[in-house]
Write a protein that binds this ligand. Sequence first.
Ligand SMILES: O=C(O)CCC(=O)C(=O)O
Length: 368
Amino acid sequence: MSFDAAENGSASDAADLFAWLARESRELAPSSVPRVPSPPSALAFSRDYVARNLPVVVEGAIAHWPASRGWSPEHMASRAGESALISVNVTPNGLGDALLATDGVEVVRADPDDDAGDDETDDAPAPAPPVVFAQPEERSMTFRAFLAELNRTRALPADDPSYCVPYVSRQCGSLREEFPALAAECVDLEWATEAFGAAPDAVNLWCGDERARTTFHRDHYENIYCVINGSKTFELVPPCQGIAMMRAVTAPAATFEGAAVVLESPARSVRWWADPVANPGLVDGSKAKESIEPLTVTVRAGEALYLPAMWFHAVTQRGAFGDAETGEYVPATAVNFWYDMHFGDRFAWSAFAEEARRRWGGERVGGG
Ligand SMILES: O=C(O)CCC(=O)C(=O)O
């Protein structure tokens, strides 16, 4: 990668230091996500990607797994168990963990007495917050029931009263906890475990369709994301570019209940990023162009993406029609490995830049 300081100019000449930071970060990142044709050695992976905090797609990453030719819906349902309950995230709009403008949305207060700052002598209900951080409803069902619900709702118009978007997207170790028989088919990725120096902290299963979008956020984990069925498309923004240009909003936490949202009680605030697709109205138009130019990469079945810690990412997926035996719809399915990141100098700089942006970079609080 070449570095030409003249392109962005010197930081000391920049009128807007945050815009300078965003451009600098973007210029120093690759212009596309590279691919390697087979799993690298742990040393090459560490040196070329982990140490440089750069993403890469590894082709043939799961060739040694029984799952390498995909998992049919029937295989997943029978291995998940006919009576074992799994957790399914359900939303009316495909957006779990996302900012939601409440205009036209029913906002329910779990307990009106808990309203922060409520005047006890004033019975008028507090106005609904203009924006909430909406989390999915968690429903328990068998994997087979999830598949039936996915297929049923795919066929409905979005304004049908029973329309919803189910997505198997529980985190914090869902594969091993909820799908132990499928977990046994996902063999450790030695090159990654050796490079990160420890076994993964959590292994998660993701299964859903193109109606769901995971909105921009970042994780303090090194992530190896392996696609088993269909494809997943990642929009990636380098850490400093995201901190400098993406708009964060602090909003009260709420949970979907059908199409309504129920505010958490006691109240809790969450700081989250305005997503250009999910929340175009919240993205600052003057900065949108720079903040909305992510690196986009599609990861296909059999491939793995190394998604470095602290990179902002938004994720969508496509399933496949035509399961070999039944011809039915096969939802996009993936397994990801979260490894603890190293909290070093890079983390400290990032926390500093984020707080500087919050204090001096024009970030507004409350979503107004
Ligand atoms: O697959 C998805 O929908 C989201 C994945 C993700 O955000 C992650 O692995 O950190």
